[in-house]
Each structure stands twice: as structure tokens, then as C-alpha cells.
Design a binder for this molecule. Structure first.
Ligand SMILES: Cc1cc2nc3c(=O)[nH]c(=O)nc-3n(C[C@H](O)[C@H](O)[C@H](O)COP(=O)(O)OP(=O)(O)OC[C@H]3O[C@@H](n4cnc5c(N)ncnc54)[C@H](O)[C@@H]3O)c2cc1C
Length: 428
């Protein structure tokens, strides 16, 4: 019995690898020319860049284990950095976020904030940390409501919590789920130092996991089909019987794992299930090419009070290249690509006067549906992997778990989905 996995993003590939690892037969169908979905490679002027700058953390246990399983060495794949981020704001002095202090969280973070900002951050962070168990035991609320309940000063909200919430949940504090942010804080900063480390990919995203996973599936006897789009899921007598491609071919299967993004999933499920399609949020990445010798003073700089949110030094792969990340929606969406490139170059030049005023070249990638919006409501309504249609299973970053839309969440859900399907098969 072969399971049909529809979608070769990180979640579908993780589900297929997990099934094949347990001796189950798999056929994975992907509509695009390449694997990886929302975390894939694109080519700009002959250079391989990512469709959006991604960052992982040492706490991505399942992602790291899955990569090791298919033969990717994390040492080769990532630049591992202890948290050491400067948060710049045109109106305030710089905040330094560092995990290098020997103190546990939140004191490690507070220590650095006290040193750099001169504000009573220790008391604020301890209050917030102590409130996490209470927050997780009651109804969810927005991040902003939680920060206000925990008496966080305006400046800490603006310069620390807002950017952290946008970076991790891609959702504004006024709408974002406080429970999800609290879990992210607990599971990253709240654990030992290596888990809080930042992992910045050294190799293109497509080679980091997707292509290697597809190769692994094939080596283990699985079947992979690219450039084939599923147009319809077929249910006969209340049970999955297969799927039809846009070419009209029927693929016979009694079990389907639907690993497409929320929009495609909603479309494919219309005739079969009520599906709570979540709202989604964009992420914009601006790649800037400067002369080869140009580098940022640190691998990662945070910016607040500006259109640019994060600057990544990409010179390890491409000398002179900077990636600028702008999370969520905002006024940047109204600018043309040329105007956006000029605007972020100006912001960088104001922050770092020694930097050239203009880049030699700029490239903008707007991923309009980068992640589901991690609001209180969307998080509460996240669908489960098992569905009411026998033989139909769902996976993807948006499926119910404690994570926001991340690669770790996508992989965990893929593994979990495979596990549920196999348990179901052995019990029937
Ligand atoms: C710009 C950007 C930056 C991000 N930054 C980070 C970050 O720093 N850290 C982090 O952890 N996460 C980040 N994310 C989120 C992360 O990329 C996603 O959570 C993850 O890639 C989702 O994977 P998925 O497999 O659930 O879905 P998808 O990647 O959407 O996979 C779905 C797949 O299904 C295929 N498909 C769709 N319809 C069909 C069909 N009808 N037939 C066949 N195939 C079909 C698609 O082509 C796609 O390959 C970012 C995302 C973006 C876009």
C-alpha cells in the first residue's frame, strides 16, 4: 500500500522520509520544478540565493535530527552563532542582546539590557518570565495585552518585544498569540546556551534539506514526481481513493498526506471538508550587492523604528552581499522594488555611515503568503493532522502545534502525521 504525499515542501518531505524510514511505501508529488516550497533557492544574476533569508535556532531539535538522518552535517550546513545581536533604533541608544552571559535566562538577557540600555530590564524580564506558567494555563491573549499585564516598559516593548514577536511569529504584537511567543521564549532562551544559538545557513536552502530529502526518499525506494500538480482529491464511498493531476491522470491511493500550503489545501478540500483557512502574512527580503570587501560589523543586526528589520551579512557565500528582511505587512509593500532598494540602502547608510550610500545592485523578493498570521484566533483554530475523511491526513507548518510557522514546526508536523498514519494502519 503506497501513501501519496502531495507537496514537496519541508513538511511533506519530512512526512515522506518518516514513512519510508519505517518501511512504508511512498509516492511524493510536487507541482514545482524544485523541492522546498516556501524555503527554496532562487537564482539572481547567476548566484544561488534563498527565496527569503531564513534563520534557525539550536532548539530546532527535529529539524537537526532529520537533517542528520538524510546525511546533512549541521557543521557544514550552518554558521552557528551564540545570540549576540545589536538592536538599533534612530531615537534610542543601541540595545545588545547576548546569550553569552553565564547567567540563565532571563537574567542573561536582562544583564545585557541593563548594561546597554540603563533601564530596569531585570525586574521587567523576571516579571514576564514568572508570568509564563499562568499565561499558558489560561485563555490565550494578544502579546501586547500580555506585555502590558506584565508591566513591560514602552521602550522594551518597542525595541525588544515587538521585533522579537515579528521575527518569530511574523505577526504584529497587537494581534499575535502570547502563548506562542511565550513558548518560543521558554524553548529558546529558556534552555541551555547551545539551544539558543542562532543557526544561519551556509549553503542554499534547497540543498540544506529539500533536495537531499528527495534524493534520500528515492534511494530508499520511494517514488518522486516533480512538476505535477494535483487538481482534485477523489473520495469514493466516504474513503480516499486517489488524486487527479491537472493532466487528468489518476493516481490511485487509499492514503493521502496533503502537505500543501493553507490556500492550496483549502482549494483541494472544498468538496470534502470544512477547512479553517488562516489569514497569511508576507515577508520581504531585499538582497543588496556591494563591492566584495564590504561587510557588516556583525553577522546579524536588528533595526527598529525603520522599514528594515534585520540585516544579515551573506559574505560567507557571496562576498559583499547583505540580506535585509522586512517581516509582516506595512508601508514597504506600497513601494516599487527600485524605491524599496533605495530606501533600505539609505537606512543602512544612516546606521553605518562608513557603508557605501548605494548598493551596486538590489533584488527584492516579496513572499506574499510567507506564513500564517499567528493571531490568537488562527492559533486556536489550527486544524489537526487527522481528518474526518478516512485516509486523508494533513501536514504543514500551520497544522496544530505549539510553534509559529517555522521549519521546525513543519518538520515536526510531517513526522507526527506519518506516525499517526502508521499507527492507524497497524491498528486496522
Ligand atoms: C521569506 C520567508 C522567510 C521565512 N523565514 C523563516 C525563518 O527564518 N525560520 C523559520 O523557521 N521559518 C521561516 N519561514 C517559514 C518556513 O519557510 C515555512 O514554515 C515552511 O517552509 C513551510 O513548509 P511547508 O512544507 O509547511 O509548506 P510549503 O513550503 O508551502 O510546501 C507546500 C508545497 O506544496 C506544493 N504544492 C502546492 N500545491 C500543490 C498541488 N496542487 N500539487 C502538488 N504540489 C503542490 C508547493 O509547491 C510546495 O512545495 C519563512 C518563510 C518565508 C516565505
Amino acid at each position: 500500500m503506497t501513501t501519496l504525499v502531495i507537496g514537496g515542501g519541508w513538511s511533506g518531505l519530512a512526512a515522506a522520509v518518516s514513512l519510508i524510514e519505517q518501511g512504508h511505501s511512498v509516492h511524493l508529488v510536487e507541482s514545482a520544478k524544485q523541492f522546498g516550497g516556501r524555503a527554496r533557492n532562487v537564482t539572481w544574476q547567476g548566484k544561488m540565493v534563498d527565496n527569503g533569508q531564513h534563520i534557525m535556532i539550536g532548539a530546532y531539535d527535529h529539524m537537526l535530527a532529520m537533517m542528520a538522518l538524510i546525511g546533512i552535517d549541521p557543521e557544514h550546513a550552518f554558521n552557528r552563532l551564540p545570540i549576540d545581536i545589536s538592536m538599533h533604533n534612530p531615537s534610542y541608544s543601541t540595545l545588545h542582546l547576548s546569550g553569552q552571559s553565564r547567567l540563565p535566562w532571563p537574567w542573561s538577557l536582562a544583564w545585557n539590557l541593563v548594561k546597554s540600555a540603563g533601564i530596569n530590564s531585570l525586574k521587567s524580564l523576571v516579571t514576564l518570565q514568572k508570568d509564563i506558567p499562568r499565561l499558558l494555563s489560561e485563555d490565550d491573549m494578544t502579546v501586547l495585552a500580555w506585555l502590558q499585564r506584565a508591566n513591560q516598559p514602552e521602550r522594551l516593548i518597542e525595541q525588544l518585544w515587538e521585533p522579537l514577536c515579528l521575527a518569530t511569529l511574523n505577526t504584529q504584537v497587537a494581534k499575535a498569540s502570547a502563548q506562542v511567543l511565550a513558548i518560543v521564549l521558554r524553548d529558546s532562551l529558556g534552555r541551555d546556551e547551545p539551544t539558543a544559538d542562532l543557526l544561519i545557513p551556509k549553503i542554499p536552502l534547497g540543498s540544506l534539506f529539500p533536495q537531499a530529502a528527495a534524493d534520500y526518499i528515492q534511494q530508499q525506494g520511494g517514488r518522486i514526481t516533480k512538476q505535477t500538480r494535483i487538481a482534485e482529491i477523489v473520495v469514493e464511498e466516504g474513503q480516499i481513493s486517489g488524486a487527479i493531476t491537472t493532466n487528468g491522470d489518476f493516481i490511485d491511493s487509499e492514503n493521502i498526506i496533503l502537505a500543501t500550503g493553507p490556500d492550496q489545501t483549502a482549494q483541494l478540500l472544498t468538496a470534502h471538508l470544512r477547512f479553517p483557512r488562516p489569514s497569511q502574512m508576507p515577508i520581504t527580503t531585499v538582497y543588496l550587492q556591494y563591492p566584495d570587501h564590504v561587510r557588516l560589523p556583525k553577522p546579524l543586526l536588528g533595526m527598529t523604528g525603520t522599514m528594515s528589520h534585520w540585516l544579515f551579512d551573506r559574505s560567507l557565500q557571496h562576498p559583499g552581499m547583505i540580506a535585509v528582511v522586512i517581516s509582516s505587512d506595512g508601508p514597504h509593500e506600497k513601494l516599487s522594488k527600485e524605491a524599496l532598494v533605495a530606501h533600505v540602502c539609505d537606512e543602512i547608510h544612516q546606521l553605518l555611515p562608513d557603508f557605501p550610500a548605494k548598493a551596486e545592485e538590489g533584488f527584492v523578493i516579496r513572499e506574499k503568503r510567507a506564513t500564517f498570521e499567528c493571531t490568537v484566533e488562527n492559533h486556536r483554530n489550527r486544524p489537526e493532522c487527522a481528518t474526518a475523511v478516512p485516509g486523508l491526513w494533513l501536514t504543514g507548518d500551520y497544522i496544530a502545534n505549539d510553534f509559529p510557522a517555522t521549519l521546525e514546526g513543519a518538520i515536526r508536523n510531517g513526522e507526527h502525521c506519518a506516525q499517526l498514519l502508521l499507527s492507524h494502519l497497524t491498528s486496522t
